[in-house]
Design a protein around this ligand. Structure first.
Ligand code: HEM
Length: 417
Protein backbone atom coordinates (compact mmCIF):
# COMPACT_ATOMS: atom_id res chain seq x y z
CA UNK A 1 0.00 0.00 0.00
CA UNK A 2 1.32 3.47 -0.84
CA UNK A 3 2.25 5.89 1.90
CA UNK A 4 -0.63 8.21 1.01
CA UNK A 5 -3.12 5.36 0.92
CA UNK A 6 -1.87 4.08 4.23
CA UNK A 7 -2.26 7.45 5.85
CA UNK A 8 -5.71 7.77 4.34
CA UNK A 9 -6.77 4.42 5.75
CA UNK A 10 -5.48 5.27 9.20
CA UNK A 11 -7.45 8.48 9.21
CA UNK A 12 -10.61 6.70 8.09
CA UNK A 13 -10.17 4.14 10.83
CA UNK A 14 -9.53 6.82 13.40
CA UNK A 15 -12.57 8.74 12.35
CA UNK A 16 -14.86 5.72 12.27
CA UNK A 17 -13.95 4.84 15.86
CA UNK A 18 -14.31 8.37 17.09
CA UNK A 19 -17.85 8.29 15.83
CA UNK A 20 -18.67 5.04 17.57
CA UNK A 21 -17.75 5.57 21.19
CA UNK A 22 -19.92 2.64 22.19
CA UNK A 23 -17.67 0.18 20.39
CA UNK A 24 -15.54 -1.80 22.77
CA UNK A 25 -13.05 -3.38 20.42
CA UNK A 26 -9.36 -3.06 21.18
CA UNK A 27 -8.86 -0.62 18.35
CA UNK A 28 -11.73 1.59 19.49
CA UNK A 29 -10.44 1.83 23.03
CA UNK A 30 -6.98 2.60 21.71
CA UNK A 31 -8.48 5.48 19.71
CA UNK A 32 -10.16 6.89 22.77
CA UNK A 33 -7.05 6.48 24.83
CA UNK A 34 -5.20 8.41 22.16
CA UNK A 35 -7.75 11.20 22.20
CA UNK A 36 -7.76 11.59 25.93
CA UNK A 37 -3.99 11.24 26.23
CA UNK A 38 -2.33 12.04 22.90
CA UNK A 39 1.06 10.70 23.89
CA UNK A 40 3.43 8.89 21.52
CA UNK A 41 2.96 5.51 23.20
CA UNK A 42 -0.83 5.71 22.85
CA UNK A 43 -0.46 6.77 19.27
CA UNK A 44 1.73 3.77 18.63
CA UNK A 45 -0.64 1.37 20.32
CA UNK A 46 -3.47 2.65 18.12
CA UNK A 47 -1.32 2.26 15.01
CA UNK A 48 -0.09 -1.18 16.01
CA UNK A 49 -3.58 -2.53 16.49
CA UNK A 50 -4.69 -1.27 13.12
CA UNK A 51 -1.73 -0.90 10.86
CA UNK A 52 1.27 -2.92 11.92
CA UNK A 53 2.91 -0.28 14.03
CA UNK A 54 3.27 2.28 11.28
CA UNK A 55 5.67 4.92 12.52
CA UNK A 56 4.43 8.42 13.20
CA UNK A 57 6.43 9.93 10.35
CA UNK A 58 4.44 8.02 7.77
CA UNK A 59 1.47 10.31 8.19
CA UNK A 60 3.17 13.61 7.50
CA UNK A 61 -0.02 15.56 8.15
CA UNK A 62 -0.86 13.67 11.26
CA UNK A 63 1.17 14.65 14.24
CA UNK A 64 -0.34 14.09 17.63
CA UNK A 65 -1.32 17.75 17.84
CA UNK A 66 -3.12 17.43 14.52
CA UNK A 67 -4.94 14.38 15.81
CA UNK A 68 -6.37 16.39 18.66
CA UNK A 69 -7.41 19.20 16.36
CA UNK A 70 -9.04 16.72 14.06
CA UNK A 71 -10.89 15.29 17.00
CA UNK A 72 -12.18 18.74 17.94
CA UNK A 73 -13.24 19.23 14.36
CA UNK A 74 -14.94 15.88 14.26
CA UNK A 75 -16.74 16.49 17.53
CA UNK A 76 -18.30 19.65 16.16
CA UNK A 77 -19.54 17.78 13.10
CA UNK A 78 -20.56 14.67 14.98
CA UNK A 79 -24.29 15.28 15.20
CA UNK A 80 -24.54 16.03 11.54
CA UNK A 81 -22.44 13.05 10.67
CA UNK A 82 -24.26 10.52 12.81
CA UNK A 83 -27.59 11.69 11.35
CA UNK A 84 -26.26 11.07 7.88
CA UNK A 85 -24.59 7.79 8.64
CA UNK A 86 -27.74 6.10 9.95
CA UNK A 87 -29.03 5.69 6.40
CA UNK A 88 -25.75 4.96 4.74
CA UNK A 89 -23.99 1.72 3.99
CA UNK A 90 -20.72 1.07 5.75
CA UNK A 91 -18.83 1.84 2.55
CA UNK A 92 -20.62 5.18 2.24
CA UNK A 93 -19.73 5.88 5.81
CA UNK A 94 -16.09 5.32 5.12
CA UNK A 95 -16.19 7.65 2.13
CA UNK A 96 -18.12 10.31 4.04
CA UNK A 97 -15.76 9.97 6.94
CA UNK A 98 -12.77 10.31 4.70
CA UNK A 99 -14.18 13.41 3.06
CA UNK A 100 -15.02 15.18 6.29
CA UNK A 101 -11.67 14.16 7.64
CA UNK A 102 -9.82 15.36 4.58
CA UNK A 103 -11.35 18.81 4.96
CA UNK A 104 -10.72 18.75 8.66
CA UNK A 105 -7.06 17.99 8.12
CA UNK A 106 -6.67 20.59 5.40
CA UNK A 107 -8.47 23.31 7.30
CA UNK A 108 -6.76 22.65 10.59
CA UNK A 109 -3.31 22.72 9.04
CA UNK A 110 -3.32 26.48 8.96
CA UNK A 111 -4.60 26.81 12.52
CA UNK A 112 -2.41 24.39 14.35
CA UNK A 113 0.25 26.39 16.12
CA UNK A 114 3.18 24.29 17.24
CA UNK A 115 6.56 25.02 18.76
CA UNK A 116 8.40 23.00 16.11
CA UNK A 117 6.60 24.48 13.12
CA UNK A 118 9.77 25.65 11.36
CA UNK A 119 12.11 22.91 12.61
CA UNK A 120 12.39 21.36 9.17
CA UNK A 121 11.82 24.41 6.97
CA UNK A 122 13.69 27.16 8.81
CA UNK A 123 15.71 25.81 11.72
CA UNK A 124 17.54 29.12 12.16
CA UNK A 125 14.34 31.13 12.71
CA UNK A 126 14.83 31.61 16.46
CA UNK A 127 18.49 32.56 16.27
CA UNK A 128 17.86 35.02 13.44
CA UNK A 129 15.02 36.79 15.23
CA UNK A 130 16.89 36.86 18.52
CA UNK A 131 20.01 38.29 16.91
CA UNK A 132 18.07 41.14 15.28
CA UNK A 133 16.08 41.88 18.44
CA UNK A 134 19.25 41.96 20.52
CA UNK A 135 20.89 44.37 18.07
CA UNK A 136 17.83 46.65 18.00
CA UNK A 137 17.49 46.73 21.80
CA UNK A 138 21.23 47.34 22.21
CA UNK A 139 20.75 50.30 19.90
CA UNK A 140 17.73 51.62 21.77
CA UNK A 141 16.41 50.05 24.94
CA UNK A 142 12.84 51.29 24.38
CA UNK A 143 12.62 49.16 21.24
CA UNK A 144 11.96 46.13 23.45
CA UNK A 145 8.73 47.79 24.62
CA UNK A 146 7.74 48.81 21.13
CA UNK A 147 8.13 45.26 19.82
CA UNK A 148 6.16 43.75 22.70
CA UNK A 149 3.34 46.16 21.91
CA UNK A 150 3.27 45.30 18.19
CA UNK A 151 2.33 41.68 18.85
CA UNK A 152 -0.52 42.82 21.12
CA UNK A 153 -1.84 45.34 18.58
CA UNK A 154 -1.63 42.71 15.87
CA UNK A 155 -3.46 40.01 17.79
CA UNK A 156 -6.34 42.16 19.04
CA UNK A 157 -7.39 43.16 15.52
CA UNK A 158 -8.83 40.14 13.68
CA UNK A 159 -6.38 37.75 15.32
CA UNK A 160 -2.61 37.43 15.07
CA UNK A 161 -2.17 37.73 11.32
CA UNK A 162 0.40 40.46 10.72
CA UNK A 163 -2.35 42.83 9.55
CA UNK A 164 -0.85 45.64 11.64
CA UNK A 165 2.28 45.56 9.50
CA UNK A 166 0.54 46.30 6.19
CA UNK A 167 1.03 49.79 4.76
CA UNK A 168 -1.80 51.69 3.09
CA UNK A 169 -3.00 50.27 -0.21
CA UNK A 170 -5.76 50.96 -2.68
CA UNK A 171 -7.69 48.04 -1.19
CA UNK A 172 -7.64 49.00 2.50
CA UNK A 173 -6.63 51.61 5.05
CA UNK A 174 -3.65 50.69 7.15
CA UNK A 175 -4.15 49.90 10.84
CA UNK A 176 -1.09 52.04 11.46
CA UNK A 177 -3.31 55.11 10.99
CA UNK A 178 -5.81 54.12 13.68
CA UNK A 179 -5.49 56.53 16.65
CA UNK A 180 -4.09 53.82 18.93
CA UNK A 181 -1.20 53.30 16.50
CA UNK A 182 -0.71 56.64 14.76
CA UNK A 183 2.54 58.32 15.86
CA UNK A 184 2.67 55.66 18.52
CA UNK A 185 3.19 52.08 17.27
CA UNK A 186 6.81 51.69 16.29
CA UNK A 187 9.43 49.08 15.51
CA UNK A 188 8.30 48.37 11.95
CA UNK A 189 11.82 48.82 10.58
CA UNK A 190 13.10 46.18 12.99
CA UNK A 191 10.46 43.76 11.74
CA UNK A 192 11.52 44.58 8.16
CA UNK A 193 15.12 43.73 9.03
CA UNK A 194 14.14 40.46 10.65
CA UNK A 195 11.97 39.56 7.65
CA UNK A 196 14.80 40.35 5.21
CA UNK A 197 17.20 38.16 7.17
CA UNK A 198 14.66 35.33 7.23
CA UNK A 199 13.89 35.64 3.52
CA UNK A 200 17.62 35.30 2.84
CA UNK A 201 17.91 32.21 5.03
CA UNK A 202 14.61 30.49 4.20
CA UNK A 203 12.54 32.25 1.52
CA UNK A 204 8.73 32.31 1.65
CA UNK A 205 8.63 30.34 4.85
CA UNK A 206 8.20 32.36 8.03
CA UNK A 207 5.08 34.48 8.41
CA UNK A 208 5.26 38.09 9.58
CA UNK A 209 2.70 37.26 12.27
CA UNK A 210 5.06 34.61 13.67
CA UNK A 211 7.95 37.07 13.56
CA UNK A 212 5.92 39.41 15.78
CA UNK A 213 5.26 36.61 18.26
CA UNK A 214 8.92 35.58 18.52
CA UNK A 215 10.21 39.17 18.57
CA UNK A 216 7.80 40.03 21.39
CA UNK A 217 9.07 37.15 23.53
CA UNK A 218 12.72 37.90 22.78
CA UNK A 219 12.24 41.59 23.55
CA UNK A 220 10.72 40.96 26.95
CA UNK A 221 13.48 38.47 27.76
CA UNK A 222 16.13 40.91 26.58
CA UNK A 223 15.08 43.48 29.19
CA UNK A 224 14.41 41.23 32.15
CA UNK A 225 11.69 38.59 31.75
CA UNK A 226 13.64 35.73 33.29
CA UNK A 227 11.43 32.80 32.44
CA UNK A 228 11.44 32.52 28.68
CA UNK A 229 8.51 30.61 27.23
CA UNK A 230 7.91 28.49 24.16
CA UNK A 231 6.39 30.48 21.32
CA UNK A 232 3.83 28.58 19.28
CA UNK A 233 4.12 29.09 15.53
CA UNK A 234 2.34 28.50 12.24
CA UNK A 235 0.31 31.69 11.82
CA UNK A 236 -0.51 33.05 8.39
CA UNK A 237 -0.31 36.62 7.17
CA UNK A 238 -3.54 38.35 6.25
CA UNK A 239 -4.35 39.63 2.79
CA UNK A 240 -5.91 42.76 4.20
CA UNK A 241 -5.92 45.18 7.11
CA UNK A 242 -8.73 47.07 8.81
CA UNK A 243 -8.36 50.51 10.35
CA UNK A 244 -12.03 50.31 11.28
CA UNK A 245 -11.48 47.07 13.19
CA UNK A 246 -8.37 48.50 14.88
CA UNK A 247 -10.50 51.37 16.16
CA UNK A 248 -13.14 48.95 17.36
CA UNK A 249 -10.83 46.40 18.97
CA UNK A 250 -7.88 48.15 20.58
CA UNK A 251 -8.46 49.27 24.17
CA UNK A 252 -8.23 52.98 25.02
CA UNK A 253 -6.20 54.42 27.91
CA UNK A 254 -9.24 56.04 29.51
CA UNK A 255 -11.24 52.81 29.71
CA UNK A 256 -12.54 51.84 33.12
CA UNK A 257 -12.34 48.38 34.63
CA UNK A 258 -15.62 47.09 33.17
CA UNK A 259 -14.78 48.31 29.69
CA UNK A 260 -11.36 46.66 29.82
CA UNK A 261 -12.76 43.34 31.03
CA UNK A 262 -15.28 43.50 28.22
CA UNK A 263 -12.65 44.42 25.64
CA UNK A 264 -10.35 41.54 26.61
CA UNK A 265 -13.29 39.16 26.97
CA UNK A 266 -14.19 39.71 23.32
CA UNK A 267 -10.94 38.04 22.29
CA UNK A 268 -11.19 35.27 24.87
CA UNK A 269 -8.93 36.78 27.51
CA UNK A 270 -10.02 36.92 31.15
CA UNK A 271 -9.39 39.37 33.98
CA UNK A 272 -6.19 37.64 35.06
CA UNK A 273 -4.90 37.88 31.48
CA UNK A 274 -5.84 41.57 31.49
CA UNK A 275 -3.83 42.25 34.64
CA UNK A 276 -0.85 40.14 33.56
CA UNK A 277 -0.64 41.57 30.04
CA UNK A 278 -1.06 45.14 31.29
CA UNK A 279 2.14 44.42 33.21
CA UNK A 280 3.92 45.02 29.89
CA UNK A 281 3.61 48.68 30.93
CA UNK A 282 6.58 47.97 33.15
CA UNK A 283 8.57 49.11 30.10
CA UNK A 284 8.09 51.74 27.42
CA UNK A 285 6.83 55.27 27.01
CA UNK A 286 3.65 57.24 26.63
CA UNK A 287 3.20 60.49 24.72
CA UNK A 288 2.57 63.65 26.74
CA UNK A 289 -0.05 64.76 24.22
CA UNK A 290 -2.07 61.70 25.10
CA UNK A 291 -1.48 62.01 28.85
CA UNK A 292 -2.55 65.64 28.93
CA UNK A 293 -5.54 64.99 26.75
CA UNK A 294 -7.25 62.22 28.64
CA UNK A 295 -5.14 59.82 30.57
CA UNK A 296 -4.19 61.87 33.59
CA UNK A 297 -7.67 62.81 34.78
CA UNK A 298 -7.69 59.76 36.94
CA UNK A 299 -9.49 60.27 40.22
CA UNK A 300 -7.40 57.64 41.95
CA UNK A 301 -4.06 59.01 40.98
CA UNK A 302 -1.62 60.21 43.64
CA UNK A 303 -1.83 64.03 43.46
CA UNK A 304 1.93 64.72 43.79
CA UNK A 305 2.67 62.13 41.16
CA UNK A 306 0.07 63.63 38.85
CA UNK A 307 1.37 67.18 39.40
CA UNK A 308 4.93 66.12 38.57
CA UNK A 309 3.93 64.47 35.35
CA UNK A 310 1.73 67.36 34.32
CA UNK A 311 4.56 69.78 34.98
CA UNK A 312 7.01 67.71 32.95
CA UNK A 313 4.54 67.29 30.10
CA UNK A 314 3.54 70.94 30.02
CA UNK A 315 7.20 71.84 29.78
CA UNK A 316 7.54 69.62 26.75
CA UNK A 317 4.18 68.82 25.24
CA UNK A 318 5.58 66.65 22.48
CA UNK A 319 7.76 64.72 24.95
CA UNK A 320 7.39 61.28 26.44
CA UNK A 321 6.91 59.91 29.94
CA UNK A 322 7.95 56.52 31.24
CA UNK A 323 5.07 54.14 31.77
CA UNK A 324 6.84 52.78 34.85
CA UNK A 325 8.55 55.63 36.65
CA UNK A 326 10.36 53.33 39.08
CA UNK A 327 12.37 51.09 36.71
CA UNK A 328 11.40 52.37 33.23
CA UNK A 329 13.42 49.99 31.07
CA UNK A 330 13.43 46.83 33.18
CA UNK A 331 10.87 44.13 32.74
CA UNK A 332 9.94 43.54 36.38
CA UNK A 333 6.92 43.74 38.69
CA UNK A 334 7.31 47.39 39.74
CA UNK A 335 4.33 48.29 37.52
CA UNK A 336 2.16 46.59 40.14
CA UNK A 337 3.80 48.21 43.17
CA UNK A 338 3.24 51.55 41.41
CA UNK A 339 -0.48 50.75 41.24
CA UNK A 340 -0.52 50.05 44.99
CA UNK A 341 0.84 53.61 45.47
CA UNK A 342 -1.82 55.05 43.09
CA UNK A 343 0.91 55.80 40.61
CA UNK A 344 -0.54 54.10 37.58
CA UNK A 345 -0.02 56.48 34.71
CA UNK A 346 -3.02 55.52 32.58
CA UNK A 347 -6.58 55.24 33.80
CA UNK A 348 -6.59 51.77 32.30
CA UNK A 349 -3.68 50.87 34.57
CA UNK A 350 -4.82 52.35 37.87
CA UNK A 351 -8.36 51.07 37.49
CA UNK A 352 -7.06 47.51 37.83
CA UNK A 353 -6.25 48.22 41.46
CA UNK A 354 -8.63 51.05 42.31
CA UNK A 355 -11.89 49.38 41.36
CA UNK A 356 -13.35 48.27 44.66
CA UNK A 357 -14.42 44.65 44.72
CA UNK A 358 -12.91 43.78 41.34
CA UNK A 359 -11.12 40.45 40.96
CA UNK A 360 -8.17 42.30 39.45
CA UNK A 361 -7.31 43.90 42.82
CA UNK A 362 -6.06 40.66 44.36
CA UNK A 363 -4.17 39.77 41.17
CA UNK A 364 -2.36 43.13 41.25
CA UNK A 365 -1.49 42.57 44.92
CA UNK A 366 -0.18 39.12 44.18
CA UNK A 367 2.00 40.26 41.27
CA UNK A 368 3.29 43.24 43.29
CA UNK A 369 4.60 40.90 45.96
CA UNK A 370 5.56 37.95 43.78
CA UNK A 371 7.50 38.66 40.60
CA UNK A 372 7.70 34.97 39.67
CA UNK A 373 3.92 34.73 39.72
CA UNK A 374 3.74 37.72 37.37
CA UNK A 375 6.36 36.32 35.02
CA UNK A 376 4.68 32.91 34.80
CA UNK A 377 1.25 34.41 34.18
CA UNK A 378 2.65 36.90 31.68
CA UNK A 379 4.09 34.01 29.69
CA UNK A 380 0.82 32.05 29.83
CA UNK A 381 -1.34 35.03 28.92
CA UNK A 382 0.95 36.02 26.05
CA UNK A 383 0.72 32.51 24.62
CA UNK A 384 -3.06 32.71 24.98
CA UNK A 385 -3.11 36.09 23.23
CA UNK A 386 -0.88 34.66 20.51
CA UNK A 387 -3.53 32.02 19.89
CA UNK A 388 -6.22 34.51 18.89
CA UNK A 389 -7.18 33.28 15.45
CA UNK A 390 -8.40 35.28 12.46
CA UNK A 391 -12.11 34.85 11.65
CA UNK A 392 -13.12 31.54 10.11
CA UNK A 393 -12.77 31.53 6.35
CA UNK A 394 -10.08 34.22 6.24
CA UNK A 395 -7.35 33.37 3.78
CA UNK A 396 -3.70 33.84 4.54
CA UNK A 397 -0.26 33.61 3.02
CA UNK A 398 3.40 33.93 3.88
CA UNK A 399 4.17 37.52 2.91
CA UNK A 400 7.52 38.20 1.29
CA UNK A 401 7.49 41.77 2.53
CA UNK A 402 5.58 42.36 5.76
CA UNK A 403 4.32 45.74 4.53
CA UNK A 404 2.50 44.51 1.41
CA UNK A 405 0.47 41.49 0.41
CA UNK A 406 2.10 39.24 -2.17
CA UNK A 407 1.11 39.79 -5.76
CA UNK A 408 -1.69 37.49 -6.88
CA UNK A 409 0.62 35.37 -9.01
CA UNK A 410 3.02 34.48 -6.21
CA UNK A 411 0.40 34.17 -3.48
CA UNK A 412 -0.07 30.73 -2.04
CA UNK A 413 -3.34 31.01 -0.21
CA UNK A 414 -4.39 28.87 2.67
CA UNK A 415 -7.77 29.20 4.36
CA UNK A 416 -8.40 29.27 8.05
CA UNK A 417 -11.18 27.02 9.18
C1 HEM B 1 -5.19 47.06 28.89
C2 HEM B 1 -5.34 47.89 27.89
C3 HEM B 1 -4.21 48.71 27.35
C4 HEM B 1 -4.28 50.03 27.07
C5 HEM B 1 -5.47 50.92 27.21
C6 HEM B 1 -2.98 50.42 26.60
C7 HEM B 1 -2.65 51.69 26.19
C8 HEM B 1 -1.37 52.12 25.93
C9 HEM B 1 -1.01 53.47 25.64
C10 HEM B 1 -1.97 54.64 25.57
C11 HEM B 1 0.32 53.49 25.47
C12 HEM B 1 1.17 54.72 25.13
C13 HEM B 1 1.14 54.95 23.64
C14 HEM B 1 1.77 56.26 23.23
O1 HEM B 1 1.63 57.24 23.94
O2 HEM B 1 2.38 56.29 22.14
C15 HEM B 1 0.81 52.16 25.62
C16 HEM B 1 2.12 51.79 25.51
C17 HEM B 1 2.56 50.51 25.62
N1 HEM B 1 1.77 49.40 25.77
FE1 HEM B 1 -0.17 49.38 26.24
N2 HEM B 1 -2.16 49.33 26.60
C18 HEM B 1 -2.88 48.26 27.05
C19 HEM B 1 -2.43 46.96 27.15
C20 HEM B 1 -1.19 46.56 26.75
C21 HEM B 1 -0.81 45.19 26.54
C22 HEM B 1 -1.75 44.00 26.70
C23 HEM B 1 0.49 45.20 26.17
C24 HEM B 1 1.39 44.05 25.80
C25 HEM B 1 1.21 42.81 26.19
C26 HEM B 1 0.93 46.56 26.14
C27 HEM B 1 2.19 46.98 25.86
C28 HEM B 1 2.58 48.31 25.80
C29 HEM B 1 3.95 48.73 25.73
C30 HEM B 1 5.16 47.83 25.85
C31 HEM B 1 3.94 50.11 25.58
C32 HEM B 1 5.14 51.03 25.38
C33 HEM B 1 5.46 51.08 23.89
C34 HEM B 1 6.63 51.96 23.50
O3 HEM B 1 7.30 52.54 24.35
O4 HEM B 1 6.87 52.06 22.28
N3 HEM B 1 -0.13 47.35 26.44
N4 HEM B 1 -0.24 51.34 25.88
Amino acid sequence: MSKAARRFMIMVEFFAHVNEPSMTSGSSSSVHKLISTPRPENYLSFCCLNFDCAPLEIFELTTIADMQLIYTEISSQKTLFSRQTKQESSMDRVVAAALVLFFAVMSTRARALTSDYYDMTCPSVFSIVQQEVQAAVADEKRMAASLVRLHFHDCFVNGCDGSLLLDNSTDFETEKDAPANLDSARGFEVIDKIKAALEAACPNTVSCADILAIASRDSAVEVGLTNSYTVLLGRLDSLTASKFQANASLPAPNMNHAALVDNFGKVGLNETDLVALSGAHTIGRVNCTLLLRFALNNVDINSDFKANIEQACNANITGLQNLDLTTPDNFDNSYYSNLLKSEGILISDQTLFSTAGAASVAVVQNFASNQDAFFSQFALSTIKMGNIMPPAGQQGEIRTNCRVVNSASSAKLIAYE
